[in-house]
Design a protein around this ligand. Structure first.
Ligand code: SME
Length: 154
């Protein structure tokens, strides 16, 4: 199955899984689990925005850093720019925060509240170089948009 086919199959399942669930932690936890199980990535999870930093949220994978300042690392950069950041090689990204030395590539997708403010980021790490591309961006942004609408943030 291609990556696109996997996403096409997964997306309706995720939408079904989170439908009617408004608790942010519960929804983020199940979304992280479903994505992680489907793709077998190294780390799949969320950081939530609080003041000027991101705080570790529900995730699957090895332990990770608790806090990331706005503008720092890939996660803080995606938050500050308010856009998805794809990093094919983390060693080439200035300021990358290495929670795990095995992480090689990464994608971070902002999640918004209904007013359009970034309330969380979805962070996915791979042990391989160049894992993430436009296909991931398209589908993960769709997923983030579904989360934005379903969950009651804050
Ligand atoms: N690498 C991320 C930090 C989070 S961990 O990968 C889970 C970053 O540079 O923002």
């Amino acid at each position: 199955m291609t990556k696109q086919e996997k996403y096409e199959e997964l997306l309706p399942q995720v939408l079904g899984l989170i439908e009617g669930e408004t608790n942010a932690v519960s929804v983020m936890a199940n979304v992280a689990a479903m994505l992680h199980d489907t793709f077998g990535w190294w780390w799949t999870g969320f950081y939530t925005a609080s003041g000027d930093q991101l705080e570790l949220g529900p995730f699957q994978g090895p332990v990770a850093c608790y806090r990331i300042k706005r503008g720092r690392g890939v996660c803080g950069t995606a938050w500050e720019r308010n856009e998805t950041v794809i990093v094919p090689d983390v060693e080439q990204f200035p300021g990358h925060i290495a929670c795990s030395s095995l992480s090689r590539s990464e994608i971070v997708v902002p999640v918004h509240d209904p007013q359009g403010a970034v309330v969380a980021v979805l962070d996915i790490d791979s042990k391989d170089l160049g894992t993430f591309d436009e296909t991931d961006r398209i589908y993960l942004e769709k997923l983030a948009s579904a989360l934005s609408k379903t969950v009651v943030w804050g």
